[in-house]
Design a protein around this ligand. Structure first.
Ligand code: PEP
Ligand code: MN
Length: 269
């Protein structure tokens, strides 16, 4: 089909390697671990997460400062001031930042303070946002839409790539199905299919994928075995007190164990 072209392996055979600087990559043949809270909450929280990441040699911290919440009354993030503070603390610690951009107007103010822009599942088909991210010289990770197909994810990536930004990462984060026993249905089929169709690196998000803390571990390791180039998951010192997504967030002991097992599993893949 000609629904997409530039992101396909027919166009470019060599796998795309995302270089975040300082020896940090998201690429085939490597295993990028990205961990952190759903929401950036406070300076104290940022410092605790950074210490945890450093102890476990995790180089990329996730976290939202603009949160797409289903309810308008839920915590919606610390915004640009939170991002600036986070960036200062993270760069001092040698940690890279991945965070969600929700709208076009935020791109410019965020640009100097992020290492990877995340496009969230609710914005996968925000074509204006994708067009603008196509003009930016920063990596972009596009999450699969809530009810999005694999082809639609690739077409969204095509928007950014054809706009001139080839630094792209794809993320499987679960899709909405009839199944209600889990938050989403993590479609691990998407991993080998995306790897087969596209030269872009593929990341799995088991936290949003299953939405249940005690099962994040299994799904993360299943994602590694399915062929993911990276795993992104939620971690917080006290998940029960997290401002968002605590039910699917690992504590630091669980996160340390998971990261070590992700690396072991990848090494024997
Ligand atoms: C998140 O990463 O916290 C998030 C909101 O993810 P998604 O867009 O996949 O729901
Ligand atoms: Mn979340």
């Amino acid at each position: 089909s000609d629904a997409y072209k530039l992101v396909s392996k027919k166009w470019k055979v060599k796998p795309t390697s995302i270089d975040l600087g300082d020896g940090v990559f998201i690429k085939e043949g490597d295993m990028a671990v990205m961990a952190g809270p759903c929401s950036i909450e406070s300076e104290e929280q940022i410092v605790k997460v950074i210490d945890h990441l450093k102890e476990n040699n995790i180089k990329i911290m996730r976290g939202g400062v603009y949160k797409p919440r289903s309810s308008p009354y839920a915590f919606r993030g610390l915004g640009i001031d939170g991002l600036k503070l986070w960036h200062k603390l993270a760069s001092e610690a040698g940690i890279k930042i991945i965070t969600e951009v929700m709208q076009v107007s935020q791109i410019e103010e965020m640009l100097d303070y992020v290492d990877v822009f995340q496009v969230g599942a609710r914005n996968t088909q925000n074509f204006n946002l994708l067009d603008e991210l196509g003009k930016v010289d920063k990596p972009v990770m596009i999450k699969r839409g809530i009810s999005g197909t694999i082809e639609e994810l690739l077409q969204s990536a095509e928007y950014v790539f054809s706009g001139g930004n080839e630094k792209l990462i794809l993320c499987e984060r679960g899709i909405r199905t009839y199944e209600k026993a889990s938050r989403n249905t993590l479609d691990l089929n998407a991993v080998p299919i995306l790897k087969d169709k596209s030269h872009l690196p593929v990341v799995v998000d088991p936290s949003h994928g299953i939405g249940i803390r005690k099962f994040v571990h299994q799904m993360a390791l299943a994602g590694v075995m399915a062929g993911a180039d990276g795993i992104i998951y939620e971690a917080h010192e006290i998940p029960e007190k997290a401002y968002s997504d605590g039910q699917q967030t690992l504590n630091f002991a669980q996160s340390a164990q998971l990261t070590s097992q992700i690396r072991q599993t990848f090494a024997m893949r």
